[in-house]
Design a binder for this molecule. Structure first.
Ligand code: TXA
Ligand code: MG
Length: 339
């Protein structure tokens, strides 16, 4: 039997249906404020297995578990540092995932065999409602095919998952656009950032004595290097188009691209670059937050247009720029051309 994937508008009757699907061990597309997730009951091994299958995700890459209240946190994690509670109080619900020691109620398949679990309390109303109505902690990786840019609309999820899951709840375009900031704790005073996001190193400095940005965020890991977060070692966020990052001034950017102007290219540039720009282009914002909001949708659009190479104006690694840079450098296979 071929399954067709239904897109559900977020009326209360549909949310109840979607929550029942979660309770019954099915996998659904769920909106969150960061990106869409591929949601399943985190405690149901078969359901979680089906998440890995639908995404074609390597089994050692753990899933984030989504909760809607602090009782749920203590049901799935233990030995929670005081700093984690402070961060939860100030930054949850929101785009923050904390890696904590895992209780047995979360099966090994969900945590990719690790004895920790990544936990996030999303702020998106629909996500919170689905978790509440189902009563389950909800495991949800980004709802893209493994390696492809994360989905920020229900249609992106449909394009990747049609026929693989019964339903997607449509919550409109995600307001953040890149995935949550993932952190672990080196000790009771130290936050280690494993994946950058909307919540920046400076945000953590308000609550933690030390904040370490893990070196794997900006550097390619060696083939057998041990990493603190399995997601660091996989190719990611990559459209079929070739992504090339160029640093430096707009003038140098234009001079560089000139050589390729007769090829099937497109430039992904800042809003302010657009006046009299001589080559085919798309813009992705003027602030880092806007770039985060638009980035994945633009990379997907480049594929839909059949573009062979996308030349990207590269943001700096300040603030939320670090998250945009981190996604781009993975999409570009760690190649940055300095002009
Ligand atoms: O914003 C988000 O985080 C989205 C939405 C759906 O919530 N989810 C998401 O999940 O981005 P995913 O599976 O695409 O990325 C999760 C990342 C991976 O890089 C994974 O390796 C890391 O978090 N991670 C999860 N659990 C971990 C753990 N126990 N220890 C270390 N890293 C972990
Ligand atoms: Mg992902």
């Amino acid at each position: 039997m071929i399954m067709t994937t239904e897109i559900l508008s977020p009326i209360s009757e549909n949310l109840r249906r979607a929550a029942d699907m979660l309770k019954n061990g099915q996998v659904i597309g769920m909106p969150t404020e960061t990106v869409y997730g591929l949601a399943a009951d985190a405690c149901n091994k078969t359901a979680v297995e089906n998440v890995f299958k639908a995404k074609a995700r390597p089994s050692d890459n753990p899933l984030i578990v989504h909760i809607s209240n602090m009782d749920m946190l203590e049901k799935i994690a233990y030995d929670i540092p005081k700093l984690a509670y402070t961060l939860a109080e100030n930054l949850w619900p929101g785009a923050l995932t904390m890696v904590l020691p895992k209780r047995d109620i979360i099966p090994d398949i969900t945590s990719g065999g690790l004895d920790t679990v990544g936990v996030r309390m999303p702020s998106h109303n629909i996500a919170r409602e689905l978790i509440n109505l189902s009563g389950c902690p909800v495991a949800a990786p980004s709802a893209n095919r493994s390696g492809y840019p994360s989905p920020t609309t229900a249609m992106h999820v449909f394009n990747d998952m049609n026929g693989r899951i019964p339903a997607i709840v449509d919550g409109g375009q995600c307001s953040v656009g890149v995935e949550s900031t993932v952190i672990s704790f080196d000790d009771e005073y130290t936050v280690r950032i494993l994946r950058p996001g909307l919540i920046t190193p400076d945000d953590f400095m308000k609550y933690a004595k030390n904040v370490i940005v893990d070196s794997a965020i900006l550097n390619e890991t060696a083939p057998n290097q041990k990493v603190r977060s399995p997601g660091m070692k996989y190719k990611h966020y990559s459209p079929n188009s070739n992504v090339i990052m160029l640093t430096g001034s707009l003038d140098k950017f234009r001079q560089y691209v000139e050589k390729y102007k007769d090829e099937n290219i497109c430039c992904l540039i800042f809003d302010n670059d657009a006046g009299e720009f001589p080559f085919r282009f798309m813009t992705y914002g003027s602030t880092y937050k806007e770039m985060a909001y638009n980035l994945f949708a633009k990379l997907r659009e480049a594929d839909e247009l059949g573009i062979e190479t996308v030349f990207v104006r590269t943001p700096s690694i300040e603030g939320v720029g670090l998250a945009v840079y981190n996604r781009l450098i993975r999409a570009a296979g760690f190649e940055v051309i300095e002009l």
